[in-house]
Design a binder for this molecule. Sequence first.
Ligand code: ADP
Length: 548
Amino acid sequence: MHGLMQYHPLLVSSLLKHAARYHGNTEIVSKRVEGDIHRYTYAEAERRTKRLVRALQRLGVKESDRVATLAWNGYRHFEIYYAASGMGAVVHTVNPRLHESDISYIINHAGSTPVFADITFAPLIEKIAPGLAGQVRDYVFMSDEANMPPLELPGGVRVHCYESLVAESVEDYEWPLLDEGSASGLCYTSGTTGRPKGVVYSHRSTVLHAYAVSTADAFGLRAIDRVMPIVPMFHVNAWGVPYAAPLNGAAIVFPGRHLDGASLASLFNAERVTMALGVPTVWMGLLQHMQRTGERLETKPRILTGGSACPPMLLETFTKEYGLKVCHAWGMTEISPVGTCDAPKPAHLGESPEAEMRRKLKQGRALAGIDLKIVSDAGEELPWDGKAFGDLKVRGSWVASGYFGGQPGSALDEEGWFTTGDVCTIDPEGYMQITDRSKDVVKSGGEWISSIQLENIAVSHPDVAEAAVIAARHPKWDERPLLILLPKPGHTVNPQAVLKVYEGKVSKWWLPDAVVVVAEMPHTATGKLQKSVLRERYRDYLTSGGCS
Ligand code: ADP
């Protein structure tokens, strides 16, 4: 027997429609690339978004076409999200921090036709436009006529001004009823392993993810919140905030392009932000600013950190010295991105402050709708004892099943699980902790050594700014850990002193075989340590007598 309930497809447009109707006066505030603050309401946002749909139609955009963006977090980017997806096209966010050859590859591979760009990216557009001339017909600069950049583009390519396109359009548009399984967004992985791959989100997956991250033990968003997504809209949809905020009627504060500690602190206080989301690098910048200047966050916002492991010092200082509530989350491009959050369970009530810190440094437990398991090298499921570690697999309604251009299911194993590439433990309460990326783990004589654990210990030394542990080739053990260190500015690092810090913290056989001090560490476009480059450079360090 079928249920007898109404059927309404889960559509991205319904989120904006809801916010405009029930939270019409709630603000969207943006620090613009033009330098000023722009503010308007959800009601106005929906009206302008409908005009933008009309503009997209005039540009020839049809259902399923990809609309690329190269943009910071702001209200115009938000409008493109909803206009493109809402009309049945696909918003294709492109990470402007990638190398221009990757950007061209991604736009080309996705077959995106119009490209929307912030004016700061005009020099980038000039570089990539000749190579995309056969494909991209229209570049739209997200500004008004007064701020349009002077450009030299190949013949046949049209340049538009965003504000003029919107002004020339009417808002007589009704959001169409689409198939909830149709594509709404496209985001490429950072390509840390090979060429970037496109993850194709659907309306259904996006809306379900928005509901799941809204729950109290995840982002816990409310209509009285003022949420600041510092995490970029150009990488995994700013962790779903542009969808979850309208769903809850929360105000949004978009920080634009300046994400340094001083700019963020002033925006936090001026706009009374109650919750913000970002990667540890951003939080470290904010913390250093507050420590240097004495400035504090007056609203004591909730801080959600993710994207890479939360450094223990960050958690301690934010919590104990600044009274901020820190939540730790984990996810990836292929998971829309959020899979786990670290909120407590009844078993943790009354836990000691030390136990709480230990728990919060774990990546957390699965959101309802996400299923996790860890498996051994042989593919057998491992126990949830907090000790056994293996490859993390995931499945759920907002987990990718294939990549752009591929077949559904092609990214999954025979049982329908997606292999994350993370190596983890899961404790008896279901809290997952990443011990490594599978390609980073050091396999010494058949036993696994966690590079992350060794790195965390190294950075607790006061002279060390950043540490990386890679698997170096070894004639006897196959692989042994090699510790690579970047000193803090103005400090020198004594390798022996750093190795001493390991005493009593790890088994002797985990100790790095050698230490290399470097003047610079390579990072990816999303700010993560690029271990593939270090591996390339130092893989034979131990076998070549200490020469790279
Ligand atoms: P990429 O495109 O490089 O895969 P993602 O942004 O999708 O980048 O990154 C996903 C990966 O980031 C995860 O598989 C995991 O290794 C890492 N990651 C994400 N959140 C956390 C976290 N809270 N702690 C540790 N690592 C994390």
